[in-house]
Design a protein around this ligand. Structure first.
Ligand SMILES: Cc1ncc(COP(=O)(O)OP(=O)(O)O)c(N)n1
Ligand SMILES: Cc1ncsc1CCOP(=O)(O)O
Ligand SMILES: [Mg+2]
Length: 309
């Protein structure tokens, strides 16, 4: 058992237990960062998580969770990577039981096609893709409104669940199934506007890129949480490095109770290892939009996802 009063021993024990899967910088590179407490488990865990490649806000989040876990269980266990929501300061799970939760979406959203216009939305919905998103990037408000309404019309009668990216106001007006918002989108909303989306009955999906953002997303009890970018993607400039499947699996364990979506650079070769993390949905752009035969590709992916469930 690692001495609880020695932060260096805590740091080395965590790196020894988890370095292989997360890819540690060498133990010699374990350095001091900035600390918000002198607690040795907290300090050692923060050093270890930094050495394991986590960004500052995620190392801080994990270190506090490690300390909370140690207090809760009465012992520091280097093997036990934190995965209990309340150790991260989240409210108790399942989030669906909270009074302020968004309307639920299916636990497994399956193949999730993120698409540039309403024509593509209709095409993939008719191909049987269960979850689709209109990600129409334009500053032209009239064009956006037309596209959102056209996408809602395009999924009618297909059974596809349609999320609208960014344009939550128009999504409510058009009667979409849900909206997808990133962290910056969420930050730009006043609490009253978040309530407006929820009270209109729309589902909410939120993007996350690490632990701190998951805690932030959980605060609004969304319908699903998306995690990425799992791999490098050319479609979006990401502020953080690709997460990889080891982290995705750890995130998925923490967020049990939320429908989970992996996104970013997923292709047919990588699909099995993404599904093995336990996420119930994979969101893709290029794998479908750039495919030679998008309908056939969608059918193959849906079969693979069904087989893994
Ligand atoms: C399913 C899903 N996950 C993540 C995103 C990205 O959303 P965001 O971070 O707001 O970036 P933009 O898509 O708005 O550029 C998404 N759209 N869908
Ligand atoms: C919108 C978005 N958000 C995170 S990665 C991404 C793009 C995913 O595109 P692709 O599946 O082609 O890598
Ligand atoms: Mg956005």
């Amino acid at each position: 058992m690692t001495a609880l009063n020695d932060h260096r021993a805590v740091a080395h024990a965590i790196v020894a237990a988890h370095g292989l899967r997360f890819g540690a910088i060498t133990a010699a590179a374990i350095s001091a960062g900035s600390f918000s407490s002198d607690d040795p488990v907290y300090r050692g865990a923060k050093q270890a998580c930094t050495a394991l490649g986590f960004i500052e806000i995620d190392s801080e989040c994990l270190a506090q969770a490690w300390q909370a876990q140690t207090v809760r269980t009465g012992a520091f266990d280097a093997d036990q990577w934190p995965e209990t929501p309340t150790d991260f300061g989240m409210r108790a799970f399942p989030p669906t039981e909270r009074g302020d939760a968004f309307a639920p979406s299916p636990e497994r959203l399956g193949l999730y096609a993120v698409l540039p216009d309403a024509r593509w939305v209709g095409r993939m919905a008719r191909a049987g893709v269960p979850t689709v998103q209109l990600r129409f990037k334009s500053d032209d408000a009239a064009a956006t409104e037309r596209e959102v309404h056209a996408a809602v019309d395009a999924v009618r009668g297909t059974g596809a669940l349609l999320f609208i990216n960014d344009h939550w106001h128009t999504a409510i007006a058009a009667g979409a199934y849900g909206v997808h918002l990133g962290q910056e989108d969420l930050d730009a909303l006043a609490p009253e506007q978040v309530r407006q989306i929820r009270d209109a009955g729309l589902r909410l999906g939120v993007s996350t890129h690490g632990y701190a953002e998951m805690v932030r997303a959980d605060a609004v009890s969304p319908s699903y949480i998306a995690m990425g970018a799992v791999y490098p993607t050319t479609l979006k400039k990401m502020a953080t490095a690709p997460q990889g499947v080891a982290r995705l699996a750890a995130y998925a364990r923490l967020l049990r109770g939320y429908p989970q979506v992996g996104i970013g650079g997923i292709d047919a070769v990588r699909l099995p290892e993404v599904l093995a993390t336990g996420v119930g949905s994979v969101a893709v752009v290029r794998a479908l939009v750039a495919a030679e035969d998008p309908e056939a590709t969608a059918a193959q992916w849906m079969a693979s996802i069904a087989a893994a469930a």
